[in-house]
Design a protein around this ligand. Structure first.
Ligand code: NDP
Length: 475
Protein backbone atom coordinates (compact mmCIF):
# COMPACT_ATOMS: atom_id res chain seq x y z
CA UNK A 1 0.00 0.00 0.00
CA UNK A 2 1.43 3.42 -0.93
CA UNK A 3 1.83 6.18 1.68
CA UNK A 4 -0.91 8.09 -0.08
CA UNK A 5 -3.36 5.16 0.12
CA UNK A 6 -2.64 4.77 3.82
CA UNK A 7 -3.21 8.49 4.38
CA UNK A 8 -6.56 8.38 2.52
CA UNK A 9 -7.79 5.32 4.43
CA UNK A 10 -6.70 6.97 7.66
CA UNK A 11 -8.59 10.20 6.96
CA UNK A 12 -11.72 8.32 5.84
CA UNK A 13 -11.72 6.25 9.00
CA UNK A 14 -11.09 9.27 11.25
CA UNK A 15 -13.92 11.12 9.52
CA UNK A 16 -16.36 8.23 10.01
CA UNK A 17 -15.52 8.03 13.72
CA UNK A 18 -16.47 11.63 14.39
CA UNK A 19 -19.61 12.66 16.26
CA UNK A 20 -20.90 14.66 13.26
CA UNK A 21 -22.75 17.84 14.09
CA UNK A 22 -24.35 20.54 11.97
CA UNK A 23 -22.18 23.01 10.06
CA UNK A 24 -23.57 26.43 10.95
CA UNK A 25 -21.83 29.81 10.84
CA UNK A 26 -18.48 28.23 10.02
CA UNK A 27 -18.49 25.89 13.05
CA UNK A 28 -19.63 22.44 14.04
CA UNK A 29 -22.61 22.63 16.35
CA UNK A 30 -24.53 19.97 18.21
CA UNK A 31 -28.19 19.60 17.28
CA UNK A 32 -30.88 20.76 19.71
CA UNK A 33 -32.46 17.32 19.16
CA UNK A 34 -30.97 14.39 21.02
CA UNK A 35 -31.53 11.61 18.50
CA UNK A 36 -28.94 10.47 15.98
CA UNK A 37 -29.43 9.10 12.47
CA UNK A 38 -27.45 6.03 11.41
CA UNK A 39 -25.66 5.90 8.05
CA UNK A 40 -25.29 2.41 6.54
CA UNK A 41 -23.05 0.91 3.91
CA UNK A 42 -25.58 -0.48 1.39
CA UNK A 43 -23.10 -3.19 0.32
CA UNK A 44 -23.13 -4.97 3.68
CA UNK A 45 -25.75 -3.26 5.83
CA UNK A 46 -23.17 -2.20 8.41
CA UNK A 47 -23.54 1.11 10.22
CA UNK A 48 -20.63 3.34 9.24
CA UNK A 49 -21.44 6.62 10.99
CA UNK A 50 -24.15 8.60 12.70
CA UNK A 51 -25.25 12.17 12.04
CA UNK A 52 -27.32 14.79 13.81
CA UNK A 53 -31.10 14.63 13.38
CA UNK A 54 -31.75 18.36 12.99
CA UNK A 55 -35.08 19.80 14.08
CA UNK A 56 -36.87 23.07 13.25
CA UNK A 57 -34.82 24.95 15.85
CA UNK A 58 -31.52 23.85 14.24
CA UNK A 59 -32.80 24.76 10.80
CA UNK A 60 -33.81 28.21 12.04
CA UNK A 61 -30.29 28.75 13.42
CA UNK A 62 -28.69 27.74 10.12
CA UNK A 63 -31.03 29.97 8.12
CA UNK A 64 -30.47 32.93 10.44
CA UNK A 65 -26.72 32.53 10.18
CA UNK A 66 -26.97 32.40 6.37
CA UNK A 67 -29.25 35.42 6.36
CA UNK A 68 -26.95 37.42 8.64
CA UNK A 69 -23.97 36.66 6.38
CA UNK A 70 -26.03 37.71 3.36
CA UNK A 71 -27.33 40.94 4.92
CA UNK A 72 -23.89 41.96 6.18
CA UNK A 73 -22.53 41.51 2.66
CA UNK A 74 -19.56 39.36 3.73
CA UNK A 75 -19.93 37.39 0.50
CA UNK A 76 -22.47 39.12 -1.75
CA UNK A 77 -20.57 42.41 -1.61
CA UNK A 78 -17.18 40.88 -2.36
CA UNK A 79 -15.75 41.66 -5.77
CA UNK A 80 -16.85 38.96 -8.22
CA UNK A 81 -13.21 38.22 -8.97
CA UNK A 82 -12.60 37.49 -5.27
CA UNK A 83 -15.56 35.09 -5.14
CA UNK A 84 -14.21 33.42 -8.25
CA UNK A 85 -10.73 33.07 -6.73
CA UNK A 86 -12.08 31.53 -3.52
CA UNK A 87 -14.33 29.14 -5.41
CA UNK A 88 -11.44 28.03 -7.62
CA UNK A 89 -9.41 27.40 -4.45
CA UNK A 90 -12.39 25.40 -3.16
CA UNK A 91 -12.22 23.27 -6.34
CA UNK A 92 -8.47 22.76 -5.86
CA UNK A 93 -9.10 21.51 -2.31
CA UNK A 94 -11.79 19.11 -3.55
CA UNK A 95 -9.26 17.83 -6.08
CA UNK A 96 -6.63 17.36 -3.37
CA UNK A 97 -9.17 15.32 -1.38
CA UNK A 98 -10.61 13.54 -4.43
CA UNK A 99 -9.83 9.99 -3.37
CA UNK A 100 -11.12 10.50 0.17
CA UNK A 101 -14.40 11.91 -1.19
CA UNK A 102 -14.76 9.10 -3.76
CA UNK A 103 -14.26 6.49 -1.03
CA UNK A 104 -16.84 8.14 1.23
CA UNK A 105 -19.30 8.07 -1.67
CA UNK A 106 -18.78 4.37 -2.35
CA UNK A 107 -19.11 3.66 1.37
CA UNK A 108 -22.36 5.53 1.90
CA UNK A 109 -24.01 5.13 -1.53
CA UNK A 110 -22.62 1.83 -2.85
CA UNK A 111 -21.63 2.95 -6.35
CA UNK A 112 -18.47 1.45 -7.84
CA UNK A 113 -15.36 3.40 -6.95
CA UNK A 114 -14.69 4.09 -10.64
CA UNK A 115 -18.08 5.78 -11.02
CA UNK A 116 -17.47 7.67 -7.76
CA UNK A 117 -14.12 8.92 -9.07
CA UNK A 118 -15.37 9.79 -12.56
CA UNK A 119 -18.78 11.31 -11.78
CA UNK A 120 -19.00 12.28 -8.13
CA UNK A 121 -15.55 13.82 -8.10
CA UNK A 122 -14.44 14.25 -11.74
CA UNK A 123 -17.66 15.81 -13.04
CA UNK A 124 -18.03 17.82 -9.84
CA UNK A 125 -14.59 19.36 -10.36
CA UNK A 126 -15.45 20.37 -13.94
CA UNK A 127 -18.70 21.86 -12.66
CA UNK A 128 -16.97 23.70 -9.82
CA UNK A 129 -14.45 25.35 -12.12
CA UNK A 130 -17.05 26.22 -14.74
CA UNK A 131 -19.43 27.80 -12.22
CA UNK A 132 -16.66 29.57 -10.29
CA UNK A 133 -15.96 31.39 -13.56
CA UNK A 134 -19.58 32.52 -13.77
CA UNK A 135 -19.06 34.77 -10.72
CA UNK A 136 -17.29 37.26 -13.00
CA UNK A 137 -19.73 36.91 -15.89
CA UNK A 138 -22.98 38.14 -14.36
CA UNK A 139 -24.43 40.57 -16.85
CA UNK A 140 -27.37 42.93 -17.19
CA UNK A 141 -28.87 44.69 -20.19
CA UNK A 142 -29.20 48.28 -21.33
CA UNK A 143 -32.10 49.15 -23.60
CA UNK A 144 -32.95 52.37 -25.40
CA UNK A 145 -36.59 53.26 -24.68
CA UNK A 146 -38.98 56.09 -25.31
CA UNK A 147 -41.58 57.30 -22.81
CA UNK A 148 -44.91 59.00 -23.58
CA UNK A 149 -43.81 62.46 -22.35
CA UNK A 150 -42.00 64.35 -23.67
CA UNK A 151 -42.52 62.88 -27.13
CA UNK A 152 -39.36 61.73 -28.86
CA UNK A 153 -37.18 61.67 -25.71
CA UNK A 154 -34.90 58.71 -25.42
CA UNK A 155 -34.01 57.03 -22.14
CA UNK A 156 -31.99 54.05 -21.17
CA UNK A 157 -33.37 51.27 -19.02
CA UNK A 158 -30.81 49.06 -17.40
CA UNK A 159 -31.27 45.74 -15.66
CA UNK A 160 -28.92 44.05 -13.23
CA UNK A 161 -28.92 40.61 -11.69
CA UNK A 162 -28.66 40.48 -7.94
CA UNK A 163 -28.20 37.54 -5.58
CA UNK A 164 -31.59 36.49 -4.31
CA UNK A 165 -30.59 35.88 -0.69
CA UNK A 166 -30.56 32.61 1.23
CA UNK A 167 -30.99 29.47 -0.86
CA UNK A 168 -32.03 26.05 0.48
CA UNK A 169 -30.57 23.08 -1.38
CA UNK A 170 -32.27 19.70 -0.86
CA UNK A 171 -30.27 16.80 -2.21
CA UNK A 172 -31.12 13.15 -3.02
CA UNK A 173 -29.07 10.07 -2.16
CA UNK A 174 -28.02 8.91 -5.63
CA UNK A 175 -25.27 11.49 -6.37
CA UNK A 176 -24.96 13.42 -3.11
CA UNK A 177 -21.71 15.22 -3.84
CA UNK A 178 -22.33 16.03 -7.50
CA UNK A 179 -25.96 17.10 -7.10
CA UNK A 180 -25.13 18.89 -3.84
CA UNK A 181 -22.52 20.95 -5.67
CA UNK A 182 -24.95 21.62 -8.54
CA UNK A 183 -26.81 23.65 -5.92
CA UNK A 184 -23.95 25.08 -3.86
CA UNK A 185 -21.73 26.44 -6.62
CA UNK A 186 -24.15 28.62 -8.63
CA UNK A 187 -25.57 30.03 -5.39
CA UNK A 188 -22.09 30.96 -4.13
CA UNK A 189 -20.94 32.27 -7.53
CA UNK A 190 -23.98 34.58 -7.60
CA UNK A 191 -23.26 35.88 -4.08
CA UNK A 192 -26.03 34.01 -2.26
CA UNK A 193 -25.71 32.15 1.05
CA UNK A 194 -26.85 28.53 1.18
CA UNK A 195 -28.19 26.00 3.66
CA UNK A 196 -27.86 22.55 2.21
CA UNK A 197 -29.62 19.38 3.36
CA UNK A 198 -28.28 16.07 2.09
CA UNK A 199 -30.48 12.98 2.18
CA UNK A 200 -30.36 11.34 5.60
CA UNK A 201 -29.22 8.18 3.74
CA UNK A 202 -26.05 9.76 2.30
CA UNK A 203 -25.01 12.84 4.31
CA UNK A 204 -21.27 12.29 4.66
CA UNK A 205 -19.59 13.88 1.63
CA UNK A 206 -21.40 17.20 1.98
CA UNK A 207 -20.36 17.38 5.64
CA UNK A 208 -16.75 16.91 4.56
CA UNK A 209 -17.20 19.49 1.80
CA UNK A 210 -18.32 22.13 4.31
CA UNK A 211 -14.87 22.07 5.90
CA UNK A 212 -13.16 22.41 2.52
CA UNK A 213 -15.34 25.43 1.65
CA UNK A 214 -14.30 27.07 4.88
CA UNK A 215 -10.62 26.23 4.30
CA UNK A 216 -10.88 27.80 0.83
CA UNK A 217 -12.05 31.08 2.37
CA UNK A 218 -15.85 30.97 2.09
CA UNK A 219 -16.84 33.19 5.06
CA UNK A 220 -18.73 31.78 8.08
CA UNK A 221 -22.49 31.63 7.57
CA UNK A 222 -22.32 31.56 3.78
CA UNK A 223 -22.26 27.76 3.48
CA UNK A 224 -24.21 25.74 6.07
CA UNK A 225 -25.07 22.04 6.19
CA UNK A 226 -27.95 20.57 8.19
CA UNK A 227 -28.48 16.83 8.36
CA UNK A 228 -31.80 15.29 9.28
CA UNK A 229 -35.02 13.84 8.01
CA UNK A 230 -36.73 15.28 4.95
CA UNK A 231 -40.07 15.44 6.69
CA UNK A 232 -38.64 17.50 9.56
CA UNK A 233 -35.52 19.34 8.53
CA UNK A 234 -36.29 19.54 4.79
CA UNK A 235 -39.82 20.68 5.51
CA UNK A 236 -38.61 23.37 7.93
CA UNK A 237 -36.27 24.73 5.25
CA UNK A 238 -39.04 24.98 2.67
CA UNK A 239 -41.29 26.81 5.13
CA UNK A 240 -38.78 29.24 6.64
CA UNK A 241 -39.60 32.85 5.70
CA UNK A 242 -35.94 33.85 5.31
CA UNK A 243 -35.30 31.28 2.58
CA UNK A 244 -35.73 33.06 -0.75
CA UNK A 245 -35.24 30.10 -3.06
CA UNK A 246 -35.42 26.32 -2.88
CA UNK A 247 -33.45 24.11 -5.25
CA UNK A 248 -34.50 20.46 -5.05
CA UNK A 249 -33.57 17.24 -6.82
CA UNK A 250 -35.52 14.10 -5.98
CA UNK A 251 -38.73 12.27 -6.64
CA UNK A 252 -41.78 13.81 -8.31
CA UNK A 253 -44.12 13.13 -5.33
CA UNK A 254 -41.77 14.93 -2.92
CA UNK A 255 -41.29 17.72 -5.50
CA UNK A 256 -45.06 18.29 -5.52
CA UNK A 257 -45.11 18.39 -1.74
CA UNK A 258 -42.22 20.79 -1.61
CA UNK A 259 -43.90 23.24 -4.00
CA UNK A 260 -46.90 23.26 -1.65
CA UNK A 261 -44.71 23.71 1.42
CA UNK A 262 -42.92 26.65 -0.27
CA UNK A 263 -46.13 28.33 -1.42
CA UNK A 264 -47.11 30.17 1.76
CA UNK A 265 -43.87 32.12 1.78
CA UNK A 266 -43.84 32.56 -2.06
CA UNK A 267 -40.39 31.14 -2.66
CA UNK A 268 -38.77 30.69 -6.01
CA UNK A 269 -38.52 26.95 -6.54
CA UNK A 270 -36.29 24.99 -8.94
CA UNK A 271 -37.17 21.32 -9.21
CA UNK A 272 -35.37 18.50 -10.96
CA UNK A 273 -37.62 15.49 -10.49
CA UNK A 274 -38.05 11.95 -11.65
CA UNK A 275 -37.77 10.66 -15.19
CA UNK A 276 -39.02 7.85 -17.38
CA UNK A 277 -36.38 7.99 -20.09
CA UNK A 278 -37.08 6.21 -23.39
CA UNK A 279 -34.19 4.87 -25.50
CA UNK A 280 -35.16 4.35 -29.14
CA UNK A 281 -33.10 2.22 -31.52
CA UNK A 282 -34.07 2.74 -35.18
CA UNK A 283 -33.45 0.24 -37.98
CA UNK A 284 -30.69 2.43 -39.40
CA UNK A 285 -28.73 2.70 -36.14
CA UNK A 286 -25.17 1.54 -35.54
CA UNK A 287 -26.20 -1.37 -33.34
CA UNK A 288 -22.84 -1.82 -31.59
CA UNK A 289 -22.79 1.86 -30.68
CA UNK A 290 -26.41 1.62 -29.49
CA UNK A 291 -25.54 -1.32 -27.23
CA UNK A 292 -22.60 0.63 -25.74
CA UNK A 293 -24.83 3.67 -25.17
CA UNK A 294 -27.59 1.52 -23.70
CA UNK A 295 -25.24 -0.01 -21.14
CA UNK A 296 -24.00 3.32 -19.83
CA UNK A 297 -27.42 4.98 -19.98
CA UNK A 298 -29.20 2.11 -18.20
CA UNK A 299 -26.75 0.54 -15.76
CA UNK A 300 -24.68 3.48 -14.48
CA UNK A 301 -24.91 3.52 -10.67
CA UNK A 302 -27.01 0.31 -10.85
CA UNK A 303 -29.74 2.18 -12.70
CA UNK A 304 -30.13 4.77 -9.96
CA UNK A 305 -29.90 8.06 -11.84
CA UNK A 306 -32.76 10.33 -12.82
CA UNK A 307 -31.63 10.18 -16.48
CA UNK A 308 -31.23 6.38 -16.53
CA UNK A 309 -33.15 4.65 -19.29
CA UNK A 310 -36.47 3.28 -18.09
CA UNK A 311 -37.81 1.84 -21.40
CA UNK A 312 -36.18 0.60 -24.59
CA UNK A 313 -38.06 0.84 -27.91
CA UNK A 314 -36.33 -1.16 -30.65
CA UNK A 315 -37.48 -1.22 -34.29
CA UNK A 316 -38.59 -4.66 -35.43
CA UNK A 317 -35.89 -5.14 -38.10
CA UNK A 318 -33.00 -4.76 -35.63
CA UNK A 319 -34.66 -6.10 -32.51
CA UNK A 320 -33.14 -9.63 -32.62
CA UNK A 321 -29.65 -8.27 -33.27
CA UNK A 322 -29.87 -5.53 -30.61
CA UNK A 323 -31.43 -7.83 -28.01
CA UNK A 324 -28.82 -10.55 -28.52
CA UNK A 325 -25.83 -8.21 -28.24
CA UNK A 326 -27.31 -6.20 -25.37
CA UNK A 327 -28.27 -9.27 -23.34
CA UNK A 328 -24.78 -10.76 -23.76
CA UNK A 329 -23.19 -7.58 -22.39
CA UNK A 330 -25.68 -7.21 -19.53
CA UNK A 331 -25.21 -10.83 -18.45
CA UNK A 332 -21.46 -10.16 -18.22
CA UNK A 333 -21.78 -7.11 -15.94
CA UNK A 334 -19.95 -7.64 -12.66
CA UNK A 335 -21.99 -7.10 -9.53
CA UNK A 336 -20.44 -6.62 -6.12
CA UNK A 337 -19.05 -4.31 -3.49
CA UNK A 338 -18.11 -1.09 -5.28
CA UNK A 339 -14.59 -1.21 -3.85
CA UNK A 340 -13.73 -4.53 -5.55
CA UNK A 341 -11.72 -4.35 -8.76
CA UNK A 342 -13.79 -4.84 -11.89
CA UNK A 343 -17.17 -4.32 -10.19
CA UNK A 344 -19.55 -2.32 -12.41
CA UNK A 345 -22.83 -2.69 -10.50
CA UNK A 346 -22.97 -2.01 -6.79
CA UNK A 347 -25.92 -2.65 -4.46
CA UNK A 348 -29.18 -0.73 -4.55
CA UNK A 349 -29.40 1.95 -1.90
CA UNK A 350 -31.55 -0.03 0.56
CA UNK A 351 -34.06 -2.84 1.02
CA UNK A 352 -37.00 -0.59 0.13
CA UNK A 353 -35.45 0.22 -3.26
CA UNK A 354 -34.76 -3.48 -3.90
CA UNK A 355 -38.33 -4.42 -3.00
CA UNK A 356 -39.73 -1.74 -5.31
CA UNK A 357 -37.69 -3.07 -8.26
CA UNK A 358 -38.89 -6.61 -7.47
CA UNK A 359 -42.50 -5.46 -7.42
CA UNK A 360 -42.17 -3.77 -10.83
CA UNK A 361 -40.49 -6.88 -12.21
CA UNK A 362 -43.20 -9.21 -10.88
CA UNK A 363 -45.88 -6.98 -12.36
CA UNK A 364 -44.25 -7.09 -15.83
CA UNK A 365 -43.78 -10.87 -15.67
CA UNK A 366 -47.39 -11.40 -14.60
CA UNK A 367 -48.47 -9.41 -17.67
CA UNK A 368 -46.48 -11.58 -20.09
CA UNK A 369 -42.90 -10.21 -20.21
CA UNK A 370 -40.13 -12.73 -20.95
CA UNK A 371 -36.87 -12.92 -19.06
CA UNK A 372 -33.92 -12.48 -21.46
CA UNK A 373 -31.36 -12.39 -18.63
CA UNK A 374 -31.36 -11.94 -14.85
CA UNK A 375 -34.59 -11.56 -12.87
CA UNK A 376 -33.25 -13.88 -10.18
CA UNK A 377 -32.14 -12.83 -6.69
CA UNK A 378 -28.43 -12.09 -6.72
CA UNK A 379 -26.16 -14.63 -5.03
CA UNK A 380 -24.69 -11.85 -2.89
CA UNK A 381 -28.09 -11.28 -1.28
CA UNK A 382 -28.78 -8.06 0.64
CA UNK A 383 -29.40 -5.05 -1.61
CA UNK A 384 -27.72 -6.60 -4.65
CA UNK A 385 -29.83 -7.11 -7.75
CA UNK A 386 -29.02 -9.16 -10.84
CA UNK A 387 -28.84 -6.99 -13.99
CA UNK A 388 -31.97 -7.91 -15.90
CA UNK A 389 -33.35 -7.56 -19.42
CA UNK A 390 -36.99 -8.33 -20.22
CA UNK A 391 -38.47 -8.82 -23.68
CA UNK A 392 -42.11 -8.72 -24.85
CA UNK A 393 -43.00 -6.17 -22.16
CA UNK A 394 -46.70 -5.41 -22.44
CA UNK A 395 -48.33 -1.96 -22.52
CA UNK A 396 -49.73 -1.16 -19.08
CA UNK A 397 -46.78 -2.77 -17.27
CA UNK A 398 -45.72 -0.54 -14.36
CA UNK A 399 -42.09 -0.81 -15.50
CA UNK A 400 -42.98 1.38 -18.48
CA UNK A 401 -44.75 3.98 -16.35
CA UNK A 402 -42.83 4.35 -13.09
CA UNK A 403 -39.23 5.27 -12.39
CA UNK A 404 -37.49 1.88 -11.92
CA UNK A 405 -34.29 3.16 -10.28
CA UNK A 406 -32.69 -0.25 -10.60
CA UNK A 407 -30.81 -2.46 -13.11
CA UNK A 408 -33.83 -3.73 -15.08
CA UNK A 409 -34.23 -3.00 -18.81
CA UNK A 410 -37.65 -3.57 -20.46
CA UNK A 411 -37.51 -4.01 -24.27
CA UNK A 412 -40.48 -3.16 -26.49
CA UNK A 413 -40.68 -3.68 -30.30
CA UNK A 414 -42.03 -0.90 -32.54
CA UNK A 415 -42.72 -0.71 -36.27
CA UNK A 416 -42.56 2.93 -37.33
CA UNK A 417 -41.15 6.26 -36.22
CA UNK A 418 -44.50 7.86 -35.36
CA UNK A 419 -45.37 4.94 -33.09
CA UNK A 420 -42.01 5.15 -31.29
CA UNK A 421 -42.42 8.89 -30.69
CA UNK A 422 -45.98 8.45 -29.47
CA UNK A 423 -44.99 5.77 -26.97
CA UNK A 424 -41.91 7.69 -25.85
CA UNK A 425 -44.00 10.80 -25.11
CA UNK A 426 -46.82 8.88 -23.42
CA UNK A 427 -45.77 9.71 -19.85
CA UNK A 428 -46.10 12.47 -17.27
CA UNK A 429 -42.29 12.75 -17.24
CA UNK A 430 -40.04 14.70 -19.60
CA UNK A 431 -36.48 14.66 -18.30
CA UNK A 432 -34.17 12.72 -20.65
CA UNK A 433 -34.60 10.69 -23.83
CA UNK A 434 -32.11 8.93 -26.10
CA UNK A 435 -32.22 7.66 -29.66
CA UNK A 436 -29.88 6.02 -32.14
CA UNK A 437 -30.08 6.54 -35.90
CA UNK A 438 -27.72 7.33 -38.78
CA UNK A 439 -30.33 9.28 -40.76
CA UNK A 440 -29.58 13.02 -40.51
CA UNK A 441 -33.12 14.11 -41.37
CA UNK A 442 -34.54 11.77 -38.72
CA UNK A 443 -32.14 13.19 -36.13
CA UNK A 444 -33.64 16.67 -36.51
CA UNK A 445 -37.22 15.45 -36.81
CA UNK A 446 -37.23 13.08 -33.84
CA UNK A 447 -35.23 15.32 -31.51
CA UNK A 448 -37.78 18.10 -32.02
CA UNK A 449 -40.76 15.82 -31.42
CA UNK A 450 -39.54 14.18 -28.23
CA UNK A 451 -41.09 16.08 -25.32
CA UNK A 452 -37.99 16.00 -23.14
CA UNK A 453 -35.66 18.57 -21.58
CA UNK A 454 -32.57 16.66 -22.71
CA UNK A 455 -32.20 14.40 -25.73
CA UNK A 456 -29.13 12.22 -26.27
CA UNK A 457 -28.55 11.51 -29.97
CA UNK A 458 -26.26 8.55 -30.62
CA UNK A 459 -24.92 8.81 -27.07
CA UNK A 460 -25.88 7.38 -23.71
CA UNK A 461 -24.28 10.14 -21.64
CA UNK A 462 -25.76 13.62 -21.70
CA UNK A 463 -24.72 15.42 -18.54
CA UNK A 464 -22.10 18.13 -18.93
CA UNK A 465 -21.28 21.29 -17.01
CA UNK A 466 -21.83 23.60 -19.97
CA UNK A 467 -25.29 22.26 -20.85
CA UNK A 468 -28.46 23.04 -18.88
CA UNK A 469 -29.77 20.01 -16.98
CA UNK A 470 -33.51 19.70 -16.46
CA UNK A 471 -36.82 18.57 -17.79
CA UNK A 472 -40.31 19.49 -18.89
CA UNK A 473 -43.77 18.18 -17.85
CA UNK A 474 -43.66 16.70 -14.31
CA UNK A 475 -39.89 16.20 -14.29
P1 NDP B 1 -37.09 11.81 -2.11
O1 NDP B 1 -37.64 12.64 -3.19
O2 NDP B 1 -37.97 11.29 -1.05
O3 NDP B 1 -35.94 12.63 -1.34
C1 NDP B 1 -35.11 13.62 -1.91
C2 NDP B 1 -34.71 14.65 -0.84
O4 NDP B 1 -35.87 15.31 -0.32
C3 NDP B 1 -34.02 14.03 0.38
O5 NDP B 1 -33.03 14.91 0.87
C4 NDP B 1 -35.17 13.93 1.36
O6 NDP B 1 -34.71 13.86 2.69
C5 NDP B 1 -35.90 15.22 1.09
N1 NDP B 1 -37.30 15.26 1.52
C6 NDP B 1 -38.15 14.22 1.71
N2 NDP B 1 -39.35 14.68 2.12
C7 NDP B 1 -39.27 16.02 2.21
C8 NDP B 1 -40.18 17.06 2.58
N3 NDP B 1 -41.42 16.81 2.96
N4 NDP B 1 -39.74 18.34 2.54
C9 NDP B 1 -38.49 18.63 2.15
N5 NDP B 1 -37.57 17.69 1.82
C10 NDP B 1 -37.96 16.40 1.82
O7 NDP B 1 -36.33 10.63 -2.77
P2 NDP B 1 -36.06 9.22 -2.10
O8 NDP B 1 -34.71 9.29 -1.59
O9 NDP B 1 -37.10 8.74 -1.16
O10 NDP B 1 -36.18 8.28 -3.38
C11 NDP B 1 -37.44 7.79 -3.81
C12 NDP B 1 -37.50 7.67 -5.30
O11 NDP B 1 -37.36 8.95 -5.87
C13 NDP B 1 -36.38 6.87 -5.92
O12 NDP B 1 -36.61 5.51 -5.87
C14 NDP B 1 -36.39 7.43 -7.30
O13 NDP B 1 -37.38 6.84 -8.05
C15 NDP B 1 -36.69 8.89 -7.07
N6 NDP B 1 -35.48 9.74 -7.00
C16 NDP B 1 -35.16 10.51 -8.05
C17 NDP B 1 -33.99 11.24 -8.02
C18 NDP B 1 -33.57 12.08 -9.14
O14 NDP B 1 -32.37 12.26 -9.30
N7 NDP B 1 -34.49 12.67 -9.89
C19 NDP B 1 -33.08 11.19 -6.90
C20 NDP B 1 -33.53 10.39 -5.81
C21 NDP B 1 -34.70 9.70 -5.88
P3 NDP B 1 -34.46 12.43 3.40
O15 NDP B 1 -33.85 11.52 2.40
O16 NDP B 1 -33.53 12.78 4.49
O17 NDP B 1 -35.79 11.99 3.85
Amino acid sequence: MSDNTVAVLDSVSRFLDRQHGLYIDGQWRASAAEGRLAVYNPANGQQIATTADANEHDVAQAVQSAHKAFSEGVWAQRLPVERERILLRFADLVEQHAEELAQLETLEQGKSINIARAFEVGSTLNWMRYTAGLATKITGQTLDVSIPMPPGAKYQVYTRKEPIGVVAGIVPWNFPLMIGMWKVMPALAAGCSIVIKPSETTPLTLLRIAELASEAGVPPGVFNVVTGRGTVCGKALTEHPLIAKVSFTGSTPVGRLLMRQSADTIKKVSLELGGNAPFIVFDDADIDAAVEGALIAKYRNAGQTCVCVNRFYVQRGVYPQFAEKFVARVAALQVGNGFEAGVQIGPLINRKARDKVLELLDDALSKGAQVLTGATPHALGGNFFTPTVLGNVQPGSLLLEEEIFGPVAPLVIFDDEAEAIRQANDTIYGLAAYFYTRDAARIWRVSERLEYGMVGINTGLISNEVAPFGGVKQS
